[in-house]
Ligand binder design. Structure first.
Ligand SMILES: [Ca+2]
Ligand SMILES: [Ca+2]
Ligand SMILES: [Ca+2]
Ligand SMILES: [Ca+2]
Length: 323
């Protein structure tokens, strides 16, 4: 080749990129299935190559050690070789991924943890970023359902689903409980549309409508004071309207007068005995003297006894008045 030919080859090499591009792998990892104890879950890892071919280099191009809570059952792949190491709960994949191509690895596992347990799984891919035949870079898988890049794929183990237990479990659309619900199918798989009419055999509690698989009562009927609600007829006259009860007159209770406290009576002082006056005795004696006079009223009269004079006058008056 002459110098001209060498120059053309160099231009072509520069124009078309020269050496083959190296690979650039990313992996997404999702999980579906029955997250109850004993349920089966399926992990789907999609390894995409956005650059040049990823060769099947020494070592595994993908590894995934399943976390506690799930037990590995099997692994398959759309290309290459997937191996399920059940004893160690480890999945490995080896193979070539052409440029701008992808491979899907499907992993099946059984939930063997307990309800409430969080199970976080993340696979790792190994990439030959410089195309030298040796994988030199590991990249963690990403849960495509979250905004966080390169995060683990997580689920929480739940209690087994039972239709009729009143709890909307995995795979259920609604659950009407042990007695069922007119808005929820007997198998808990379908629910009546929200807002559709439902009936609970009583018009008293208003206009019932389905809401989230449950028949919800409306606004209760407001019956009048003399009415009662009949489950079929609604508000009807109540017995209180036919036989109004007589209202008994309430007796007025007179207020009790306040009793004034009794005044304390002071003890009466002892009245001293009045001794008869000696003068009175003398007057009496003189009166006796007058009355014992010999047929007249002058005998015994003394000048020093005024009372005797009065007695004498009284004597005269009696004599004159006597018949
Ligand atoms: Ca390999
Ligand atoms: Ca390399
Ligand atoms: Ca993510
Ligand atoms: Ca249920």
């Amino acid at each position: 080749m002459g110098r001209r030919s060498s120059g053309v080859a160099l231009l072509l090499l520069v124009a078309f990129g020269g050496a083959a591009r190296a690979a650039d792998l990313t992996a997404s990892l999702t999980v579906t299935g029955d997250f109850t104890v004993g349920g089966t879950v399926t992990y789907t890892a999609v390894v995409s190559n956005s650059e040049g071919t990823q060769a099947d280099n020494p070592g595994d191009e993908l590894t995934d050690t399943l976390p506690p809570g799930v037990h590995l059952v099997s692994a398959t792949a759309t290309s290459g070789v997937a191996i399920a190491n059940v004893a160690s709960n480890l999945v490995v994949w080896d193979g070539t991924i052409p440029a701008q191509a992808s491979v899907t690895i499907t992993i099946t596992a059984v939930v063997d943890g307990t309800a409430g347990q969080t199970v976080a799984n993340q696979a790792r891919v190994s990439v030959d970023t410089d195309g030298n035949g040796t994988n030199d870079t590991d990249r963690l898988s990403d849960d495509p359902d979250t905004a966080t890049p390169n995060d683990a794929t997580v689920f929480v183990i739940v209690l087994p689903t039972v239709c009729g237990d009143g709890v909307v479990g995995l795979g259920e659309v609604c659950d009407g409980g042990p007695l069922g619900d007119p808005c929820c199918a007997a198998d808990c798989k379908t629910a009546e549309e929200d807002g559709s009419a439902c009936a609970n055999a009583s018009v008293c509690d208003g206009d019932e409508r389905c809401e989230a698989g449950h028949c919800q009562t409306g606004t209760p009927l407001a019956c009048g004071p003399c009415e009662q609600c009949d489950a079929t007829l609604g508000c009807v006259a109540g017995p209180a309207c036919d036989e109004p009860e007589a209202v008994e007159a309430v007796e007025t209770v007179e207020p009790v007068e306040t009793v004034e406290p009794v005044e304390t009576v002071e003890p009466v002082e002892t009245v001293e005995t009045v001794e008869p006056s000696p003068d009175a005795s003398e007057a009496e004696a003189e009166t006796e003297t007058v009355s014992r006079g010999s047929g007249g009223c002058s005998a015994g009269l003394t000048s020093t006894a005024p009372l005797a004079a009065l007695a004498l006058i009284a004597c005269w008056r009696r004599r004159r008045a006597a018949p």
